[in-house]
Design a protein around this ligand. Structure first.
Ligand code: SAM
Ligand code: SF4
Length: 336
């Protein structure tokens, strides 16, 4: 009954990313438009429903849970959800509970996250310049995020920085951000801008596209770079900078084919399951959850049926100089 989730291409699904809200206290230019319309609150899964959903996936072999959004830490009561997931860490079924956050609320929640069993967090930060930070996030304040990172490290959380590489914006900060991370013993991952909706019509991502090949070449000029084997099943490639011992990641979903080792699916805050970041195909799990309060079997069946539709790969392609495979949904909806 609880055989693990295996998709039609023999990939075991062991990693679930869950967007717990579409709301955010920032409006990053590559992610949201300034005047976002958010979903009516009643459409969101309740925290209890999120618990049932995640617990069912864990019962089907999911070992890693990443909580994301929108900004996960602005969802009211979210710490209760984290605490309730602790039981799966305690039982050994769940190997890792983690989150991706913009860091704005970390100063409040770092200790509680650690107490709930979280050991690592990804914090998104594209620049160390206060004015540029205000520009790219529209509403964010750099100081607050830096305080959050301090609090996280003090609480014992391992912090990885995710920086979106934006041409003409943070190119010149590559050495500065790298050295800042090294000094604080934090790994760093660069992410290529993806065509995920937002202001894409008026603010073409093509102009902002900064190839991570170039980023990697820049590192080669100043550091001894050792390529590391990839065993995450995800879109990241890693190198180690021998001088600092730092692991630097490169997430290049547009230009590299990582799909054959893909082990993940994404759940939206409304209960839709996206089998692939680059495809619109999704399955709503909400009815199977809501219509059957005392058994999880219909939900398990709905999950298995959805996994049967996990596609072989995605369609993004910038190489033809047009945004083939462009997605209309927002990153904040599916979770980045
Ligand atoms: N609010 C949290 C945060 O910013 O970390 C979690 C959600 S956010 C959607 C997750 C990640 O997606 C962030 O690292 C963000 O920089 C990244 N992201 C958002 N829009 C993107 C885009 N169009 N291309 C590439 N990365 C993007
Ligand atoms: Fe909010 Fe994260 Fe999107 Fe920025 S990237 S607007 S912080 S959800």
């Amino acid at each position: 009954m609880t055989a693990p989730l295996i998709d039609p291409f023999a990939r075991a699904i062991t990693y679930l990313r869950v967007s717990v809200t579409d709301r955010c206290d920032f409006r990053c230019v590559y992610c949201m438009s300034e005047n976002m319309t958010f979903l009516p609150k009643k459409e969101l899964l309740t925290l209890e429903e999120l618990d049932r959903m995640c617990s069912t996936f864990i019962g089907l072999g999911v070992q890693k849970l990443r909580i994301t959004g929108g900004e996960p830490l602005v969802r009211r009561g979210i710490m209760g959800f984290f605490r309730s997931m602790t039981r799966h860490l305690d039982s050994g079924a769940l190997k890792e509970l983690t989150l991706t956050t913009n860091g704005s609320q970390l100063h409040k929640f770092a200790d509680d996250l650690y107490a709930a069993g979280v050991r690592r967090v990804n914090v998104s930060l594209d620049t160390l310049d206060e004015a540029k930070f205000a520009d790219i996030t529209r509403w964010g304040r750099l100081k607050q995020v830096l305080n959050g990172i301090d609090a996280a490290q003090k609480a014992g959380l391992r912090v990885k920085i995710n920086a979106v590489a934006v041409k003409g914006f943070n190119e010149d900060e590559l050495p500065g951000i790298t050295e800042w991370c090294a000094a604080r013993d934090m790994d760093l991952t660069w992410i290529e801008v993806m065509p995920m909706g937002g202001d894409i019509e008026t603010d073409s991502r093509l102009g902002q596209y900064w190839s991570l090949k170039d980023v990697m070449a820049t590192y080669g000029e100043s550091y001894t770079v050792t390529e590391l084997p990839d065993n995450t099943g995800g879109p990241a490639r890693y190198v180690r900078l021998e001088e600092t011992g730092q692991k630097i990641g490169f997430i290049t979903p547009l230009s590299h084919n990582f799909c054959e080792s893909c082990n993940r699916v994404r759940l939206t805050c409304t209960g839709e399951l996206f089998m692939c970041l680059g495809q619109e195909d999704n399955a709503s799990l909400r009815d199977a959850l809501r219509e059957h309060q005392d058994t999880e079997e219909p939900l398990r069946q709905a999950i298995r049926a959805a996994i049967e539709h996990k596609p072989k790969g995605h369609d993004f392609d910038y190489s033809r100089q047009k945004q083939d495979g462009q997605m209309s949904r927002h990153m904040s909806h599916t979770g980045g």
